[in-house]
Design a protein around this ligand. Structure first.
Ligand code: ADP
Ligand code: MG
Length: 399
């Protein structure tokens, strides 16, 4: 038996040879999702608790080696979806296939241990009376690996996860970050086809969370492992995912690469979730050249990104312009020549955020929005601000 080396070494060697190509591929903007073999496929999954429909028809495909982050606020159905994939709950409708074989539907339910998936929970769920080594090797000890091979594999994982020297500690003698890494090591030990992570970092303090999310993304990519990951934190999803699935009230609102969802949120709701929470109400008007639509807000006109299915014939309806505080710029004292995408506003309040300021501003029509500034501006000051059309997300107001 050639012990632990294959999974870990192959994973590392596999990417090392093409490191630069892989890096370019992972970080190029609007890259497409991995094109590996189809691993998991969901088709119209539904799940209710009594009369409450937690999942309302979820469909997606996932490729081998892909990291998908399911992103949404508390209660939108993330954990329920993860439990369907893990085999801890059965769908009421639709089906779920692994390697094109149906593993779950109202009439089919493959046992969790036969799915080749391992799960890491928010609270880690380590065995408190077992030391680190025993926790990590638990799944392996149920199999038929030799003792020496188990030891080698566990030690390798402990090294990768910076847990060397802690083999004999009990979980209560570890920090939150260390416990979290033990849980990941334990889930990786049996070499699952698919790792399921339910809010794995939410019990850690902020600095550790930021550190761990990069480290985890790096580790999973190095191992080439497929990961289905759930979080309510957009930054965690951005940092870890090949594709982000935005879940809203049990439905997929948008599924795309981090760059896609960031630069073109599919709905007003997704825009707000992804940091573009400023909203100014306006009306649809024809652009100057008559070829498209803009939002008029008071005297100002804003060109921006409209939904792909925007209905031109109903151009008189109300629109909402959504944008990120970071994307609003102070215009030089004069307005841009054509006046488009500029707005006059009064600074209402200005708060220091350590290295930058967040100002609350108000338009002539008394609509308020936030902007991030390099320097403080005294409340009461009138400013002219501008917003690049590429950062102006416009939606029908009712959405
Ligand atoms: P999330 O993980 O996104 O916070 P969940 O999947 O845990 O959401 O829950 C989705 C919805 O289903 C919530 O409104 C929750 O209250 C409800 N729910 C979850 N589990 C149960 C259950 N066992 N019984 C009844 N309702 C549940
Ligand atoms: Mg949850």
């Amino acid at each position: 038996m050639n012990s632990a080396a294959p999974l870990l070494d192959e994973g590392i060697r596999g990417t090392a040879a093409t490191d630069h190509a892989a890096a370019r591929k992972s970080f190029s903007p609007l890259e497409s999702a991995p094109t590996g073999k189809l691993l998991l496929s969901a088709d119209g999954l539904t799940k209710s608790y009594g009369s409450f429909q937690a999942l309302r028809g979820i469909s997606f495909d996932m490729r081998e080696g892909e990291i998908i982050s399911v992103l949404g606020p508390s209660g939108c159905g993330k954990s329920t979806l993860l439990q369907l994939v893990a085999g801890l709950a059965q769908p009421d409708g639709g089906k779920l296939a692994l390697d094109s074989k149906v593993i779950a539907s109202p009439s089919v339910m493959l046992a969790p241990e036969k799915r080749g998936v391992n799960m890491v929970f928010q609270d880690y769920a380590l065995w408190p009376h077992m030391n680190v080594f025993d926790n990590v090797s638990y799944g392996l000890r149920q199999g038929k690996l030799r003792k020496a091979d188990i030891k080698e594999r566990v030690n390798e994982l402990l090294t990768m996860l910076h847990l060397d020297g802690l083999e004999h500690r009990l979980p209560p003698q570890l920090s939150g970050g260390q416990q979290q890494r033990v849980a990941i090591a334990r889930a990786l030990a049996t070499r699952p086809r698919l790792m399921l992570l339910d809010e794995p970092l939410s019990n850690l303090d902020m600095r550790l969370r930021v550190e761990m999310r990069s480290e985890m993304a790096y580790l999973f990519k190095r191992l080439g492992i497929s990961v289905f990951h759930v979080t309510h934190d957009p930054e965690e999803a951005y940092a870890m995912a090949d594709r982000i699935m935005i879940l809203r009230d049990g439905r997929v609102d948008q599924l795309g690469t981090p760059q896609e969802v960031h630069s073109r949120p599919a709905s007003r709701w997704a825009a707000s979730l992804l940091g573009a929470y400023n909203g100014l109400k306006g009306a649809a008007v024809r652009t100057g050249d008559g070829t498209g639509w803009a939002a008029s807000i008071g005297q100002a006109r804003f060109r921006g990104l409209l939904p792909l299915d925007f209905d031109n014939e109903r151009g008189d309806r109300e629109l909402i312009l959504m944008f990120r505080p970071e994307d609003v710029k102070l215009a030089a004292d004069a307005r841009m020549a054509d006046g488009d995408n500029c707005l006059d506003a009064a600074i209402v309040h200005c708060a220091f955020e350590g290295g930058r300021w967040r100002a609350l501003a108000e338009t002539a029509e008394r609509q308020r929005f936030y902007m991030v500034l390099a320097d403080a501006i005294r409340p009461g000051t009138m400013v002219s601000v501008k917003l690049d059309p590429a950062h102006a997300f416009i939606y029908p107001f009712e959405k």
